[in-house]
Design a protein around this ligand. Structure first.
Ligand code: FAD
Length: 444
């Protein structure tokens, strides 16, 4: 079998490694238009901020190490520019020489990811120090600008996960940071009362937070940001992080079905409407695990899970991808904030009735030093107890509580089961009634 993969980072390299484990003899060709494969996207903000010191640490696998280890034909600087479904061939452009050639496939996997949204804001093309962050070259550009130009002020446009992580890391580099966010809260997957705790903390840390206001224009080569409400912010650099859109051009040109928001549509086996073409990762539309509606969730867990599942499916294993819950977490200065499943906004939009409980237990026994409060919110169905989602924010133990609840949701446990979870306890870690147990008691 000859299997061709488009995109060599999270989804693509996971698929390649699994394919090789399943079959020693198959021909596996992986195309990546950039220089690097299998790099740590999620680590990029921390390298810019200086927490991660070595650039090499971001390169999880190199073309050489991965080719040798898994016996793969990896071609970087190679952009797949067309798919001929009838002949089962693709057109590949060598981006260094411009040469275009054809390659055949038996099965094709698309994992091209999603790219930062860059809207045509007036003045954007003249902005000298305007950046987006997706890959290693972006990271190099941002880091060398900071290292060489020592900017004093930064504006982060968009208060999503990447925006907040970058705000913190730019602040770490000594800059005065302003976040401009169009909606009335940061981190859209949270509800407002959870996000408000983060708003307060950002302000405590000296980050200027402008909510409910968008960018209208960039002026003076991007040294001035003008908002819709007429605010003017002087700055030395701008990071645009207002979301991503799926890289769907190849799929579209090949007449593969796309969803309303442009995600490549796949069935539960991650197959597009062409049975020989699969798609995974940020580029696809998936089912919301909680409410069943189509959605897109650009996160690393889904890309990795799907990368493995797609390889299994190509070898007839029929691994069904059941949807994405959007379990996610971020560090925002001294706080951690995490969420899983649906928030109230989503449930309202899709018309699902729900009940909410909030508990504020300590992260571990109060008499043992270092405990801090956790704000934990659980959203569930009043009649059945089905858990729709949860959010937590605090300084410690946030990941554990959300991961336990995410597991409960996947396992089909209800809020009625939460008191009965027997969780690890000693004073430095938790209380004899863990916060997750407490949420269960509060709900029942
Ligand atoms: P990618 O990993 O983006 O890989 C797609 C690759 O395909 C790209 O390298 C691209 O160059 C290549 N490509 C595209 N089109 C073509 C073509 N036509 N021909 C050849 N190659 C092509 N997720 C989390 O869950 N937690 C985090 O903390 C987190 N932090 C993040 C921080 C940053 C700064 C960024 C940018 C992302 C972060 N993510 C995080 C998201 C996560 O990295 C993505 O969800 C994941 O990488 C998606 O995998 P993918 O394979 O779909 O796409």
């Amino acid at each position: 079998k000859k299997i061709v993969i488009v995109g060599g980072v999270a989804g693509g390299s996971t698929a390649a490694a699994r394919l090789r484990r399943l079959d020693e003899k198959s021909e596996i060709v992986l195309f990546e238009k950039g220089e690097y494969i299998s790099f740590a996207n999620c680590g990029l903000p921390y390298y810019i901020g200086g927490t991660i010191k070595e650039r090499d640490a971001l390169l999880v696998q190199t073309v050489e190490s991965m080719s040798t280890r898994y016996n793969l034909d990896i071609r970087n600087f190679s952009e797949v520019v067309g798919i001929n479904r009838e002949n089962q061939t693709i057109q590949v452009k060598n981006v260094q020489t411009g040469e275009v050639y054809e390659e055949t496939y038996d099965e094709l996997i698309l994992s091209p990811g999603a790219r930062p949204v860059v809207p045509p804001i007036p003045g954007i093309n003249d902005a000298k120090a305007l950046f987006t962050l997706r890959n290693i070259p972006d990271t190099d550009r941002i880091k060398s600008y900071i290292d060489n130009e020592s900017p004093k002020r930064a504006v982060v446009v968009g208060g999503g996960f990447i925006g907040l992580e970058m705000a913190e890391n730019l602040h770490e580099r000594g800059m005065e940071v302003t976040i401009v966010e169009m909606s009335n809260q940061v981190l859209a997957p949270l509800d407002i009362e959870t996000a408000s705790i983060i708003h307060k903390h950002l302000e405590e840390k000296g980050v200027n937070l402008i909510l409910g206001d968008g960018v209208k224009a960039f002026e003076n080569n991007g040294t001035k940001v003008i908002t819709n409400e007429g605010k003017e912010i002087e700055t030395d650099m701008i990071l645009l992080s207002i979301g991503v859109r799926p890289e769907n051009e190849l799929a579209q040109k090949a007449n593969l079905n796309l969803g309303e928001r442009g995600g490549i549509q796949v069935n539960e086996y991650l197959q597009t409407n062409d049975p020989h073409i699969y798609a995974i990762g940020d580029a696809i539309e998936i089912k919301d695990y909680v409410n069943g509606n189509p959605t897109m969730v650009p996160l690393a867990w889904p890309a990795n899970r799907q990368g493995r599942a797609v390889a299994d499916n190509i070898y007839g294993k029929k691994v069904s991808y059941k949807g994405t819950m959007g379990t996610s977490i971020a560090k925002v200065f001294d706080y951690n904030v995490a969420t899983t499943g649906n928030n109230e906004k989503t449930l309202k939009r899709v018309g699902i009735d729900y009940e909410v409980i909030h508990v504020h237990p300590a992260s571990h026994a109060g008499y043992y030093p270092g405990a801090s409060p956790i704000a934990l919110k659980v959203i569930f169905n009043k009649e059945t107890g089905k858990i729709y989602g949860a959010q937590a924010v605090g300084m410690d133990g946030i990941d554990k509580r959300i991961d336990v609840i995410a597991t409960a949701i996947k396992g089909g446990l209800t809020v009625l089961d939460l008191p009965d979870l027997e969780l690890a306890y000693a004073p430095p870690f938790s209380s004899a009634k863990d916060p997750v147990n407490m949420a269960g008691y509060a709900a029942t």
